[in-house]
Unconditional design. Structure first.
Lengths: 132, 200
């Protein structure tokens, strides 16, 4: 994990609040959200709050774009579309993001969240980000 | 996956209301065909007794929502207004939830949590049964970052609902009141699917 990116993310209080951990693997960022009871959105079934998973997907996408483009500042989000495919069970969630197109100012990314099986994503994010 | 809620207690109340309605209908005398009302003299419309819908119990205790859901408690998201098809949620300014400490910008992720919750609640009120909203998709367009020290307010409106799907639009402002376009920080378009809560 490049140090500058680590610093940027450490300066983000919300990232600390969630407890999201970033790992770096062949130019790809893999994030992991350790489960804690604070993240629950449905007290009856103990499922993780959709907003939390959406937030982590967005952070992963932002981190991936920052690294790919070696940006000095974190990109701004223009819009995101989050599709909830499967329920977020009360255990760790993993994230990754793919850069589909990077223009001079705007980049298009997709991010995935999964729990046990990477081929069975629980949530998918698609978004445009403004760089610079 | 959105969240919620409705306590099993509410369900029981609703079921008893529903059951008593049913028995009333059964006991009612059916109008015989021989006594058809003459044309022009329409039967006086009987005012139906107001049936309390499950979500209406929530209006009496708006804090319940944030108390019951651990994540909203953790970030301090609250439900401030609730009526048929509409819900207002508020996220107070919180230094823990910033994405930029110097500029005091609230992290978009924290805002997403508030939106998911408020939109789901708005959709829930469109149904008369106790249901559990599940987010199908949520699209957020960010207009500008929020201002330092300001709360985030989400005004959600369920403009259409079918048997199983609710369509919810929302505007997000960074003020406590009003709908000034200058205060608009984001707009939301979302769909929710509903599953009935099965009483055990």
């Amino acid at each position: 994990m490049p140090r500058y990116l680590n610093k940027l993310l450490e300066e983000m209080p919300y990232c600390q609040h969630l407890g999201l951990e970033f790992n770096f693997e062949n130019e790809e960022i893999r994030a992991r959200l350790p489960y804690k009871t604070d993240l629950v959105g449905n007290p009856l079934t103990q499922l993780i709050h959709g907003g939390v998973i959406g937030a982590c997907l967005e952070l992963t996408a932002v981190a991936q774009l920052t690294m790919t483009r070696k940006l000095e500042r974190l990109p701004k989000t223009i819009n995101v579309t989050i599709d909830f495919l499967r329920p977020g069970r009360p255990k760790d969630v993993h994230f990754k993001a793919l850069v589909y197109k990077q223009g001079r100012r705007v980049a298009n990314l997709e991010a995935f969240a999964w729990q046990d099986d990477e081929s069975q994503p629980i949530t998918k994010l698609h978004g445009n980000f403004l760089m610079g | 996956m959105f969240f919620l809620v409705l306590l099993a207690k509410l369900l029981k109340i609703d079921n008893t209301v529903f059951m008593s309605d049913k028995t009333n209908i059964e006991n009612e005398e059916k109008p015989s065909d021989n006594n058809k009302p003459e044309a022009g003299t329409a039967e006086p419309h009987k005012a139906e007794p107001h049936k309390t819908e499950p979500w209406e119990y929530l209006t009496q205790n708006l804090d319940m929502m944030s108390d019951v859901i651990p994540q909203s408690k953790a970030i301090g998201a609250k439900l401030t207004k609730l009526s048929k098809g509409r819900a207002t949620g508020m996220l107070p300014y919180n230094e823990k939830l910033l994405s930029d400490k110097e500029k005091g910008i609230m992290a978009s992720g924290a805002v997403v949590t508030l939106l998911d919750q408020t939109c789901g609640t708005a959709g829930m009120t469109a149904f008369s049964e106790a249901i559990l909203p599940v987010t199908l998709d949520l699209r957020v367009d960010y207009m500008r970052p929020s201002r330092k020290g300001n709360p985030i307010r989400c005004e959600a409106h369920c403009y259409k609902s079918t048997k199983t799907i609710a369509f919810v639009r929302a505007n997000v402002y960074d003020t406590e009141e009003g709908d000034d376009e200058a205060d608009l920080i984001a707009t939301v378009q979302s769909t929710f699917s509903y599953t009935k809560i099965q009483p055990k």
